[in-house]
Design a protein around this ligand. Sequence first.
Ligand code: ADE
Length: 223
Amino acid sequence: MNIHYLTLFPEMYEGVLGTSILGRAKEKGIVSYHAVNFRDYSGNKHNKVDDYPYGGGAGMVLKPEPVFNAMEAMDLKSPRVILMCPQGRPFDQKMAEELSEEEDIVFICGHYEGYDERIRTLVTDEVSIGDYVLTGGELASLTMTDAIVRLIPGVLSREESHQEDSFSTGLLEHPHYTRPREYRGMEVPEVLLNGNHRLIEEWRREESLKRTKERRPDLLSDQ
Ligand code: ADE
C-alpha cells in the first residue's frame, strides 16, 4: 500500500510514521508513506495556497490549484482520495478494514481554513475522526493511518494479532491479567488460573458483553 499526504506540514509525519509498528511496516516494504507539501504546487510566485472567501466572511479558503496540481503530479491510477474534515463520515473500524485493502490512499489535509468546494470533485470520501475540531487534518490522517496499517496482513506479529480487537468482534474486549497473581490485594479471577479453556472462553465472552452493555450500549443496538 502507498499512502500519500497532501499537507502544508510534512514534518508532522516523520516521527510517527518512522516509529514502532508503522515504522516497521515501512521497513518490511509492506507500506510506503509520502508527505507532499502542496505549497510546492501553488502555481503562483508567492506560493499562496489560500485566499479570501467570495461573498465575504471570516477565515480563509484553501485554493483549488495547489491540490489539483499536486494530485496531477502524483498521477495515481485509482486512489482512494480522502478529504479530512469535521463534516465527513465518522471513521470507524469497518472503514479501517475496507481501506486496508486499497493500493493507494491520498489524504488531503487542510489547515485553519475551509476547502474551495471544487476540491471536493477530486475526492472519493470525506472523513471525520470525531465530533471535535482539530487545527488541521494531519493528526486525523495519522490516526487513520495507524488504524489502517495495522490491519494489513504481515504488519502485526501473531502476538499482536488484531482478530480479537474491540470493535472487530462487535464487542469491547474482555479484561486482561498477567503476573503477578496477586498485586496489592487485587487477585486475578480464579477462572483464568484453572486451564479450562471452555470456561475461560465463556467468562471472557460474558465480561465482553457486560463491558459493552455498561460502556457502549450503542454497539449492541447496532448489531
Ligand atoms: N480536521 C479538523 N478537524 C477534523 C476532524 N475532527 N476529523 C478529521 N479532520 C479534521
